[in-house]
Write a protein that binds this ligand. Sequence first.
Ligand SMILES: [Mg+2]
Length: 319
Amino acid sequence: MDLSQVLDSLRVVQLPMRTKFRGITTREVAIFHGESGWGEFSPFLEYGAEESAKWLRSGIEAASGPKFPVHHDSIKINGTIPATDDREEIAALIATYPGAEVFKVKVGTGIDSDLSRLRVVRDLVPKAKLRIDVNGSWSVAEAEGNLKAILDEIGPLQYVEQPVASLDSLRELKRILKGELLIVGDEVIRKTEDPLKVNLEDAVDILMLKVAPLGGIKKSIDIARHHKLPVVVSSALESAIGISHGLRLAAALPNLEYASGLATGSLFKTDLATHEINNGEIRLGEVEPNFDSLERFAAPKERLEWWRERVKGCWEVAA
Ligand SMILES: [Mg+2]
């Protein structure tokens, strides 16, 4: 597809969030239309052109790219719990993930608040598997202490996602943990210039695949094949349009052992479409953006202009 097709069909919306996530309460996303349907371009506002170009590639792939194999017709999801300590808010959110057997809890806001949040989740869904995401905010020593405190009090975790930031720290922590807790690498792969050039040996046990930040389904599959690690698929807080592409990635992976973090639509008050969750799963299917939502949450004209400029700035890099 060419640049003018993207620019001419570009729509920008500001979706209100149910709860603060990544420090934001409104998610601004752009979508556009091509011969295969809708694609999303929604790098976070502070991202530069180099990083954002990967998101654009993924959106273009969705809107105009090839079809990928479908190995699953519905995808098991995990519930995502942001870094809030409000029990009512957590309970209300859990109710939006009907049947979910796995919950991913954001931690890294201080061990006392992390533990209290995990206690609430443990209490509300006692049978669920829990995973935690630290977003790389701990040092190796903090990770060692905090993980011990969490495992002692909360019980086993399915895994810890990006407990520490750097490759060296991940290696050191993995050595210390001796396989007692699995480590997922997210930022270590998503924030690097070339994910194929990172040596993940002895650093992580599982690879996080997020379709937009990695540059699309084809690229994500290449990365998974290259690293020969089990994978987890998650979202990057896309609208339902971007989530569709994440679901297609999950469906294209024959060995999908872990529940996918693709139910983050629950974090929005209103989304562009709905991926209904039943028995902890989302069925694959095409969604169209809701026309009323596109109108109602349309960004002001100057924001649309800003996004058009952003697309132009990423276009050359993406190509
Ligand atoms: Mg993460």
